[in-house]
Design a protein around this ligand. Structure first.
Ligand code: BGC
Length: 753
């Protein structure tokens, strides 16, 4: 059976890779004229479509064989996330849909036909770079691989805020702050779409934990949502202009996201003027009429829903006029508009496209180099000297590769899983190690050293070896995955191993490969700690370059690392112990005080603060000046200096606060700039602060509002270390919830009513 499926998959892959020629425009098919705007082209194409063709565009298939279900159409790319047929008569290509935000994935159902592709480091690693240019080149890399693999829609990036540091998918996201997360996700979107692949921003919205993800209701006040999770999406949409949004599984204040009129029609469409289309998460649809009227444009992979809701049921609802025909036109128009805008029609999938895996691995490694965060460096144990004599490397399968996260975002690496057979073999497994061995890279950095590797399984043996070593580097892992939440802990006995090694040798450095924050009971005993996240293809080499100082560590935390579970807004994970099919509410009473904002509001000290990260050099901050612009923005300037004797990159962070209170927290990240500085060099930096970051959302008046009063700006290298500040008086300012993000004259859905 599996061989049969394998050859079938190979045949489908081959057929799928045949070139689709650019269809010719002409008087008969004016929508193919690339000189017209995407809006004009979409309107013209919809006019030419039959109802059946429109229904085709809004109904998605799974891209794999699912037990007990009809197989997908033969033109689907086997082992992929989804497929929507095209309309050949009109020159509209199919939508070939792949996961996800870290690279081209393969669905487990076709385990005999894995696509081996390049994996970016985790989303948190990319956010830790604080470098949108790197995020954009990563997006372009995976978008390029998607296109070359026969896909024109990519299901990423994800920008749900890390509200819950145990969230099983936190690794896919971009951290706890709306400005940082939205900016990084936007850059990735621009990268993906530069390769003529639609980026799908997900999971809209508040799908902030895995426990009960299909059923829980995120209960939150509107103002709090607008100032936190929704703001991250809003920034990502404005700056990235994704072709599509994926509505999430969960409910929000009781209503399923994929049929929430408030979320899809009022906020996304009405207030933000989002011109693209909304597709459902796989199994996220619960109705036909309610969803269509709320603004769900496409039912994805219908086999995941309890029954098909679009397709024939939508046709029936149209016939009975329970859904107006103009709604179907609108759904088709939005999908087509994004296909035209992103270039799916003008730049069809290439035949037999080659992928330069060497170059792509370097893109991933560059991202990781900048995302690694140096958390502790007692006695300047790092960078390691190349002249080190006896070096002991322990654990984490560092002799074979680096770990990655589980679930639909899993990328099966070029060269295969470096450590097969670990973890669950069904979804969300297996645990995949990317073949980029830190050990080999460390050997390359210190060719003269006597380097020994031990797995760490035998703690006594590792301790004995540590006693005789000059330096010990221990690799520690935490596997997190979609559909299950984590525990803020390293897997297995690794805490014990690290504690024992640190007791045996004070020159012990820990390299963490984790999905997100972990507790570190051994922190006081080790000399150094590097957070390397999920390091991606080429991550082993990146880690070695940072360990030996070829690259200065310049990553800063995009999430707070708690000191204990007790200090979290929800010490016990919401939904723990609730039967899997029972729905429950998560009361997000912390509102917009997510992550560092929570700690600061409560006067708590986390283990490591948001924005924190050490370097091998030191930076100084000075000369902070600011000027208010009439449009509500602030223009801010300051000087960053490298005070040390090595080159390095600073992440200069500006935070804002309202002295009269009324905000969710004392301070919010208002802007930042990452600057590379040679030893002794200084530079002047200017940036603008978005007015929403100085305002609160007034839900009753449905607008952003800034009270006249005294405000303060702080400058420094972490949310907890802000040596410079200025205060300023600002006049009152307000702005309607409708924010001018539109680059289209197309009326919103609301205008149709
Ligand atoms: C996940 C999405 C993913 C989709 C397709 C869902 O279970 O939540 O993030 O894109 O599956 O694999």
């Amino acid at each position: 059976m599996s061989t049969l499926r394998g050859s079938l998959a190979a045949l489908v892959l081959l057929l799928g890779s045949l070139a689709t020629p650019v269809p010719a425009a002409g008087a008969a098919r004016p929508w193919l004229d690339a000189r017209l705007s995407p809006d004009e082209r979409a309107v013209l194409a919809v006019k030419a479509m039959t109802e059946k063709e429109k229904l085709t565009l809004v109904f998605g298939y799974f891209g794999s064989v699912m037990a007990g279900q009809d197989p997908p159409p033969s033109a689907a790319r086997m082992g992929s996330a989804g497929y929507v047929p095209g309309i050949a008569r009109l020159g509209i290509p199919p939508q070939w849909i792949t996961d996800a935000g870290l690279g081209v994935g393969t669905q487990r159902e076709s385990s005999d036909a894995y696509r081996e592709r390049t994996a970016l480091p985790s989303g948190l690693a990319t956010a830790a770079t604080w470098d949108p240019a790197l995020a954009q080149s990563g997006g372009a890399m995976i978008g390029g691989e998607a296109h070359a693999s026969g896909f024109n829609v990519m299901l990423g990036p994800g920008v749900d805020l890390v509200r819950e540091p145990r969230g099983g998918r936190d690794f896919e996201y971009a951290g706890e702050d709306p400005l940082l997360a939205g900016t990084i996700a936007a850059a990735e979107i621009r990268g993906i779409q530069s390769r003529h692949v639609i980026a799908v921003l997900k999971h809209f919205a508040l799908n902030d934990q895995e426990t009960g993800r299909m059923v829980f209701s995120a209960d939150i006040a509107e103002a709090a949502a607008r100032q936190s999770d929704l703001l991250a999406f809003e920034f990502a949409i404005e700056q990235g202009r994704p072709g599509a949004m994926m509505c999430s599984y969960n409910r929000i204040n009781g209503a399923y996201a994929c049929q929430s009129h408030w979320l899809l029609a009022d906020v996304l469409d009405g207030d933000w003027g989002f011109p693209g289309y909304v597709m459902s998460d796989w199994g996220g649809v619960h109705s036909t009429v309610e969803s269509a009227l709320a603004g769900l444009d496409q039912e994805s992979a219908y086999v995941f829903d309890s029954e098909p809701y679009y397709g024939p049921p939508l046709a029936a609802a149209l016939a009975k006029e329970r859904v107006p025909l103009r709604s179907l036109d609108e759904m088709a128009r939005r999908i087509l508009r994004s296909m035209f805008a992103v270039g799916l029609v003008d730049h069809p999938i290439e035949a037999d496209a080659q992928i330069d895996f060497g170059a792509d691995r370097r893109v991933a490694a560059a991202d990781e180099e900048q995302g690694i965060v140096l958390l502790k460096n007692a006695g300047a144990i790092l960078p390691l000297a190349r002249t080190v004599r006896r070096l002991l490397v322990v654990g984490g399968h560092a002799d074979r590769g680096v770990i990655s996260g589980g679930g639909s975002s899993t990328v099966f690496p070029v060269g295969g899983n470096a450590v097969p057979g670990v973890g669950p073999q069904g979804f969300p497994g297996p645990v995949v190690y990317l073949p980029s061995a830190p050990l080999a890279a460390v050997m390359g950095q210190a060719p003269q050293a006597r380097i020994r590797y031990l797995s760490g399984d035998d703690i006594a043996q590792a301790v004995k070896a540590a006693r005789g070593a000059d330096r010990v580097v221990v690799f520690a892992t935490q596997w997190t995955a979609e559909s299950v939440d984590a525990r803020l802990e390293l897997d297995g006995d690794q805490n014990k191993l690290i504690t024992a090694l640190a007791a045996a040798n004070p020159h012990t450095v820990v390299v963490l490969e984790t999905g997100g924050p972990v507790l570190m009971p051994w922190l006081g005993k080790v000399a150094g700690v590097l957070e390397a996240w999920y390091p991606g293809s080429g991550g082993g080499e990146a880690i070695a370059r940072v360990l030996f100082g070829t690259v200065d560590p310049s990553g800063h935390l995009p999430v707070s690392f708690p000191a204990s579970r007790e200090e979290l807004p929800h010490p016990v994970l919401p939904g723990s112990g609730v039967a899997a099919d029972r729905s429950f509410a998560i009361h997000y009473d912390e509102g917009a005080a997510v992550g560092y904002k929570w700690y600061q509001r409560k006067g708590l000290t986390p283990q490591f603060a948001f924005g924190y990260g050490l370097s091998y050099t030191r930076f100084g901050y000075s000369g902070l000046t600011t000027r208010a612009a009439p449009d509500g923005r602030l223009r801010v300037s300051f000087t960053v200096s490298n005070l040390g004797r090595r080159g390095g990159a600073a992440v200069a962070q500006v935070y804002a606060g309202s002295e009269s209170g009324g905000w969710e927290a004392p301070r919010r990240l208002a802007g930042w700039r990452k600057v590379d500085l040679a030893a002794g060099a200084s530079t002047r930096v200017s940036l603008e602060v978005d007015p929403r970051l100085l305002a609160v959302f007034d839900a009753a008046a449905q607008r952003w509002q800034r009270a006249a009063g005294t405000y303060r700006l702080w400058l420094g290298g972490s949310s907890a270390e802000l040596p410079v500040s200025v205060s300023l008086h600002l006049p009152a300012w307000q702005h309607a919830a409708h924010w001018p993000i539109r680059d289209t004259n197309t009326p919103t859905r609301l205008a149709h009513r």
